[in-house]
Write a protein that binds this ligand. Structure first.
Ligand SMILES: Cc1ncc(COP(=O)(O)O)c(C=O)c1O
Length: 406
């Protein structure tokens, strides 16, 4: 029996393995400058404080935290999150999950019947597309501009889909320092998006792993803050927030803020999959917040990443040919490059790798049938500042050579 014949087909799943195969070409190559990853820098993990807190929690409350716990999450952590957040929340409007990925999965499982439509930004985070497609949803992406999702295109698509009897369940967005583009949705666009979705009766799923990583400019209110505080609407926006890019992805700690009617079925999915979120870690994160460490730590991460953000924007401005457009994110860890010229960055990948530089081709961040090939994603939290300048120079020269062939 060939077990591969039994696998269920998920094209987004295939894209993740394509990325893995592409990156395998770059692993262990001496001198390789990688802009491909999406990992936070381990230098930002608060190792010593977490070490102390893990010991403290196991010593103080091991018999409680090492036991099976509540599926919806630890009350101590919920209390700490409620005091941390800028929206008023009840404990039954919170679900603690194993990373944002896990929360996004339960939200999707709760809402999607095969054939339902999920709308998202194009490009978007591939991990979520994988989860959406695995639920049997049809995933449709809508182009963005530098203010975020293009609402006129979104509205037209909704009309078109409704006219052919499609059920659109939700719109998925990463409004702050989006993965992969680094774009932040403007405040005006956020208001207009909420109003449009209220009119169309389509839920919004807000994924916010990067919002705290702001190195310049002013914070923009989150969609859930706007919906709850300014429109008194608790239902329209569900928000998933993760500690992966703040404390370390190995903790697998995230939380969902939603109407309690949604939290209940999501919790019942969680119960089937993981029984309950990990007890000791939840209590450690609760202490990290309630002892006031989180605020200071976020300040230090912002200071840590800022020089990398400044360096990559400076290097791109210095070296990239004029035909190449790039985003100038005020935070996060990604930058997006695109060109109107006919360059296929999937095809160019192997050539660039020979020059010891790598990126992720933009096509990998679109749902199936919506791929664009004239774009790529650069990560700036992994290479050193020196590598950023060297790598961008090499990439720019290679792109210039390609442009001169057109
Ligand atoms: C937009 C986005 N959402 C979710 C995740 C996954 O986060 P977590 O580690 O909390 O599952 C990532 C990770 O890269 C991401 O970029």
């Amino acid at each position: 029996m060939n077990l591969k014949d039994l696998y269920s087909k998920s094209t987004a799943g295939m894209k993740t393995s394509m990325i893995r195969e592409m990156l395998a070409q770059t692993k262990g190559v001496p001198g390789m400058i990688s802009f491909a990853g999406g990992f936070p820098s381990p230098a930002t993990f608060p190792v010593n404080t977490l070490n102390e807190l893990f010991q403290e929690v196991v010593t103080e409350s091991g018999s409680d935290t090492l036991q099976y716990g509540a599926s919806e999450g630890d009350n101590e952590l919920k209390k700490a999150l409620i005091s941390w957040e800028n929206v008023s929340l009840d404990t039954d409007e919170l679900l603690i999950t194993n990373g944002a990925t896990n929360g996004i999965y339960y939200f999707t499982r709760t809402l999607i019947n095969p054939g339902d439509v999920i709308l998202c930004e194009g490009p978007t985070f591939l991990g979520s597309v994988v989860s959406f497609e695995a639920s049997g949803a049809e995933v449709i992406s809508i182009d963005m501009d530098n203010q975020g999702i293009q609402l006129d295109l979104l509205e037209d698509k909704i009309k078109e889909l409704k006219s052919i009897g499609k059920t659109i369940k939700f719109f998925y967005t990463i409004p702050d320092f989006q993965n992969p583009t680094g774009i932040t949705m403007s405040l005006e666009r956020r208001h207009d998006l909420i109003k449009l979705m209220q009119k169309e009766q389509i839920l919004i799923l807000e994924d916010d792993p990067y919002g705290e990583l702001r190195y310049s400019g002013e914070k923009v209110k989150s969609l859930i803050e706007i919906a709850r505080n300014e429109y008194n609407d608790k239902k329209i926006v569900t928000t998933v927030k993760s500690f992966s890019k703040i404390l370390g992805p190995g903790l697998r700690m995230a939380y969902v803020m939603a109407d309690k009617e949604l939290i209940k079925p999501m919790c019942s999915w969680l119960q089937k999959v993981i029984v309950n979120p990990e007890g000791v870690t939840q209590r450690v994160v609760a202490k990290y917040i309630s002892k006031g460490y989180l605020e200071e730590h976020i300040k230090s991460i912002r200071e840590f990443y800022k020089p990398y953000q400044v360096a990559i924007i400076d290097a791109l401005t210095k070296y990239m040919p004029n035909e190449i457009e790039f985003t100038k994110p005020e935070g996060g860890i990604f930058i997006w490059l695109k060109t109107k010229k006919d360059i296929n960055f999937d095809e160019l990948f192997s050539e660039i790798v020979k020059e010891k530089v790598c990126y992720i081709p933009g096509s990998k961040f679109y749902p199936e049938h919506y791929e664009q090939y004239n774009c790529l994603r650069l990560n700036f939290s992994y290479p050193t500042i020196e590598q950023i300048y060297d790598g961008i120079k090499i990439l720019s020269e290679k792109i210039q050579t390609e442009l001169s062939k057109l």
